[in-house]
Design a protein around this ligand. Structure first.
Ligand SMILES: C[S@@+](CC[C@H](N)C(=O)[O-])C[C@H]1O[C@@H](n2cnc3c(N)ncnc32)[C@H](O)[C@@H]1O
Length: 226
């Protein structure tokens, strides 16, 4: 992902240690009025959210709020979480310009525990953490999905390192769809795949390889065991 989803490596903040990315790195990245990413929603969100009935949505690692604002415009009641204040402020301004409300929450996802079984849609887009630190985030995110709700994760796939354009160059923070699917206890995995994404670069068109995982929690039957 990158400006206009061009996926320029220079847009990724510097790392400390094994793939660690600090809030101050992101705040620096988000400083200034210009959007680092774009005001437009991610194309996979647009495609995958089509047909879902709006309810409560949770956007984890919301960044500058493009996806949260787009969902709010479609009638979703959105909680948007990120640890970078500067990104959330841009999200607030974007929501103001678009005339929608989003509940912005500044929190570190490595500690944040969303309300369990409360959200009809939980999304994580391009959150890149080392796997050992990401797993608990995924487990808490999946437990936040309500009965009948959807979980949707998109991030740079590990195959992107050798075969795709842009994204982090640290293999430890890249995704494998099967690994993600394996952490979504209680959800039914609908799709766990690599998706190709055409991007415009300074030197022409390129392809980025994203990991996409979509899962859902079955409807509550209301039946009691006897
Ligand atoms: C590449 S951006 C993606 C933003 C947004 N999802 C989008 O697609 O436009 C990654 C975001 O993850 C956030 N982030 C990274 N680690 C985080 C953590 N531990 N807790 C909360 N947010 C985090 C960063 O602040 C940044 O906004």
């Amino acid at each position: 992902m990158g400006r206009g989803e061009a996926g320029r490596q220079a847009l990724w903040p510097r790392k400390r240690g094994a793939g660690t990315v600090e809030p101050e790195d992101w705040n620096r990245r988000y400083a200034g009025d210009e959007l680092v990413w774009t005001a437009e929603p991610n194309r996979f969100l647009v495609a995958e959210a089509d047909g879902l009935t709006p309810g409560r949505a949770l956007d984890l690692a919301a960044g500058e709020g493009r996806n949260a604002v787009w969902l709010a415009e479609r009638g979703w009641e959105v909680d948007a979480v990120d640890f970078a204040d500067a990104g959330l402020q841009k999200g607030r301004r974007l929501a103001g310009r678009r005339g929608v409300e989003v509940h912005w929450i500044r929190a570190d996802l490595e500690r944040y525990a969303p309300e369990r079984r409360a959200y009809d849609l939980v999304i994580i887009f391009y959150l890149h953490l080392p796997w050992a630190r990401l797993r608990p985030v995924l487990r808490r995110a999946s437990s936040a999905v309500a009965a009948g709700g959807t979980f949707l994760l998109v991030g740079h796939d590990r195959t992107n390192l050798e075969q795709g354009h842009g994204g982090p160059k640290n293999a430890q923070v890249l995704y494998g769809a099967d690994d993600v699917a394996g952490e979504l206890g209680g959800l039914q995995v609908v799709e766990a795949a690599i998706r190709r994404r055409a991007v415009e670069t300074d030197s022409g068109q390129a392809t980025a390889l994203d990991c996409l995982v979509r899962a859902r929690r079955g409807e509550a039957t209301g039946r009691r065991a006897i």
